[in-house]
Design a protein around this ligand. Structure first.
Ligand code: SF4
Length: 414
């Protein structure tokens, strides 16, 4: 169980960030905000996928003009992402957004910042102060500031950037404090995962505002997943972070899916829908497990609402031990699959019937749980495929017959 750092709570529409609120998952639209229909469709798609909060870019007046209409057609809280033009923040507040994101690197005129603070205060709207490493100071001053502040964190590889991010943040937040404004969320993103870790660790010692975690410009999902999940997972596991956005150069739906999965595996959120575990396959496999697991994943996503643990295993050699705790399990081999539900064998079917049978059995089990006749992960059972050579055949066909008899299959426990 992760013990989370206590932060002040802010409210974004109907979502709380910080304090005892669960870590929320955010994403950002990739279409033009002024294209109302597209923007509404994308926001609603992200909402359906499980996003708690969605951010939209508002670079132009026509974007903030569109916001009013967009807000009427969506339920999830909306954040206006403002850069360079403080007027966009004021217009967004006027349109009714639920949070403003300001970048101290490009909105730093004190009078302008004060106007935004006052407008948000009047409407009870929080502000995220996002100090991206790439835009923390005006380009012309950057080298000078780096030199001035370089010694502050001299023991840290990223000392220069860390120092300048913290200094800029402190300077900026003073404007907020002077106006008695504390509905603040902080982010400190970088493309460098190690700088991200250092920055958030340092900020968490200095401020009690909730933290929005993220790695900026993480790239395509293929490489961006590791770049994002390693630092975010590390910070969350050490109790730092109140809301996250994983950012990919890809359909933002993946940001939500991966953000939620990160919450689930860290035990920071209660899983919605089935949990799928699967073997990586090896030379024992005798069904098309890669295709099967994709199909099972899709079917579970579409049909299963409860957090039922489903295991798809290529054979019975390691399968039973590796899927310990699964409610539903299938062990494949010799073009067939044996399906177990909480330890009871319920089917032995040819490969082409595995998917439909597994789904049917999982749905049947879900109905039983809903009716109160079964409990998730409760039964202590033995999964002992009765005659692996006979029923599943080739999983053991590669093992000498004399040795196969000595293989003892483990007992399933809770
Ligand atoms: S479950 Fe069987 S097929 Fe899958 S990786 Fe383990 S030993 Fe190989």
């Amino acid at each position: 169980m992760i013990s989370r750092r206590k932060t002040r709570q802010v409210t974004v529409g109907n979502v709380r960030i910080g304090g005892d609120a669960p870590v929320s998952v955010q994403s950002m639209t990739s279409c033009y905000t002024y294209d109302i229909d597209k923007c509404v469709a994308e926001i609603n798609k992200l909402d359906q996928a499980g996003a708690d909060i969605v951010r939209v870019a508002v670079p132009e007046r026509k974007d903030t003009e569109a916001l009013k209409e967009i807000l009427k057609q969506v339920k999830v809280p909306i954040v206006a992402d403002v850069h360079f033009h403080f007027q966009r923040a004021l217009e967004s507040v006027e349109a009714g957004v639920h949070k403003i994101r300001l970048n101290p690197g490009n909105i730093n005129d004190r009078a302008q910042v004060e106007k935004v603070i006052d407008a948000c205060k009047e409407r009870g709207i929080p502000i995220r102060v996002g100090v991206n490493e790439g835009s923390i100071v005006e380009r012309k001053d950057k080298q000078k500031r780096l030199k001035e502040l370089g010694g502050v964190f001299s023991d840290n590889k990223h000392g220069h950037f860390l120092a300048i991010m913290i200094a800029k943040l402190e300077e900026y937040l003073d404007i907020f404090y002077e106006r008695n404004f504390h509905d603040i969320v902080i982010s400190a993103k970088s493309i460098d995962p190690l700088l991200v870790v250092s920055a958030y660790e340092e900020i968490s010692k200095r401020f009690d505002h909730p933290l929005h975690l993220g790695v900026t410009h993480a790239g395509p999902k293929e490489t961006g997943t590791i770049r994002s999940v390693v630092p975010l997972g590390h910070l969350l596991a050490s109790g730092i972070g109140d809301t996250i956005r994983i950012s990919y150069a890809n359909d933002p739906i993946y940001e939500v899916q991966d953000g939620l999965e990160l919450m689930y595996i860290l035990g920071l959120r209660t899983r919605k829908g089935a949990e799928l575990i699967g073997c990586p396959t090896c030379g024992r496999i005798q069904v098309d497990l890669f295709t099967l697991i994709q199909q099972v994943n899709k079917a579970l996503h579409e049909h299963i609402q409860l957090p039922i643990k489903v295991a798809v295993m290529g054979c019975v050699v390691n399968g039973p031990g590796e899927c310990e705790g699964a409610d539903v399990a299938i062990f494949a081999g010799d073009k067939r699959g044996i399906i177990y539900v909480q330890g009871q064998k319920v089917a032995n079917v040819p490969e082409e019937q595995i998917l439909e049978t597994l789904l049917a059995e999982t749905r049947k089990f879900q109905d039983k749980v809903i009716r109160g006749e079964a409990k998730l992960g409760e039964k202590v059972v033995d999964i002992l495929p009765p005659d692996p050579i006979g029923e599943l055949g080739s999983g053991y066909a590669k093992i000498e017959a004399g040795k196969a008899a000595a293989v003892s299959l483990p007992v399933m426990k809770n």
